[in-house]
Design a protein around this ligand. Structure first.
Ligand code: NAP
Length: 278
């Protein structure tokens, strides 16, 4: 199959490596010519160009730009595509993207490979990134079935675990397990910085070990990613933060009231529930 990839960063270039390995002919589009040259030299794509009209021969286009650029890219691509071409994306937020992109190309199928790493850019790309990771497809009722099946087959061929749900359900679910943790973890770091005694603050920094490493990791990551989550999934992030605040107050109440048995029961319930998510 001839497959186009727009945006040769971490996700786009990683997809290129896997899809080429399976024998697909991959056409890349990047904003800078040196990115195109590097992507071809490193075997991420077969062809690369800075113009979207270079994708006129392809059957499937995967848009791998930052979220804000996905719908404008689909709009700019539309005049250059074959009528039967399928367009999909990899954006981490779905409802706003699918709503904005579909009017430009009715054969648009929202997608989200739930794999990544803290580094960004083509240099961080790696083969097999999507293996054994969730790949969520978020069609609308109006999305043509054959277009959905094409994207599902591609996702499965990467070795991913395939899930299909509505864009709204996707956004609500990722708010809980991805976006809320970034906000909570970021607040933890901010709270530690509020310690007024510089000696204690320095000691805390020196004592920090695996517990702090685990709980601060996502909050101390790429700031642009956090803003993107809050901006494009605002309602669901606020909804999950509200519930989290209620939980935190409940926990605080138990400690203030020295309700140790109730606290133990709550923490035991957490211990039992955690494996459901991992
Ligand atoms: P990235 O490594 O920063 O790559 C983004 C790529 O898009 C870069 O090559 C960049 O080109 C290009 N780009 C930026 N603005 C553009 C525009 N206006 N038009 C065309 N190309 C543009 O980011 P990424 O991590 O691969 O993320 C890409 C997408 O994947 C995002 O939508 C994100 O939500 C989604 N995603 C990310 C992860 C993750 O963990 N990183 C996981 C799943 C999904 P330049 O090199 O010229 O700047």
């Amino acid at each position: 199959m001839k497959i186009g990839i727009v945006g040769l960063g971490l996700i786009g270039a990683s997809l290129g490596l896997d899809l080429r390995q399976q024998g697909h002919e991959v056409y890349g589009v990047a904003r800078r010519i040196d990115t195109c040259t590097t992507a071809v030299m490193q075997g991420m794509v077969d062809h690369a160009a800075i113009a979207l009209d270079s994708l006129s021969p392809v059957e499937v286009v995967i848009v791998c730009t930052p979220i804000a650029a996905i719908a404008p890219t689909v709009a700019a691509l539309a005049p250059h595509l074959q009528p039967q071409a399928v367009v999909t994306d990899v954006g981490s937020v779905k409802a706003s993207v699918v709503a904005a992109a579909t009017p430009h190309w009715p054969r648009f199928v929202g997608g989200h490979p739930m794999a990544g790493k803290s580094e960004a850019g083509l240099g961080a790309a790696e083969a097999g990134l999507f293996r054994q990771r969730a790949y969520v497809i978020t069609p609308l009722e109006t999305t043509p079935t054959d277009a959905v099946e094409t994207v599902q087959a591609l996702a499965q061929s990467l070795g991913s675990s395939l899930y299909t749900c509505s864009p709204a359900d996707h956004d609500r679910a990722v708010a809980w397990i991805s976006h809320l943790p970034v906000m909570v973890s970021g607040s933890l770091i901010q709270a530690c910085l509020q310690e007024p005694d510089p000696t204690v603050r320095q000691l805390a920094a020196q004592f920090a070990s695996s517990g702090f490493r685990d709980t601060s990791r996502v909050g101390g990551g790429n700031p642009e990613l956090g803003v993107m989550m809050a901006r494009y999934n605002q309602a669901e992030v606020l909804r999950s933060l509200h519930t989290y605040q209620t939980q935190l107050s409940q926990l605080q109440g138990l400690i203030e009231g020295e309700q140790w048995d109730a606290l133990l029961a709550l923490l035991a319930a957490n211990q039992q529930a955690r494996p459901q998510f991992l």
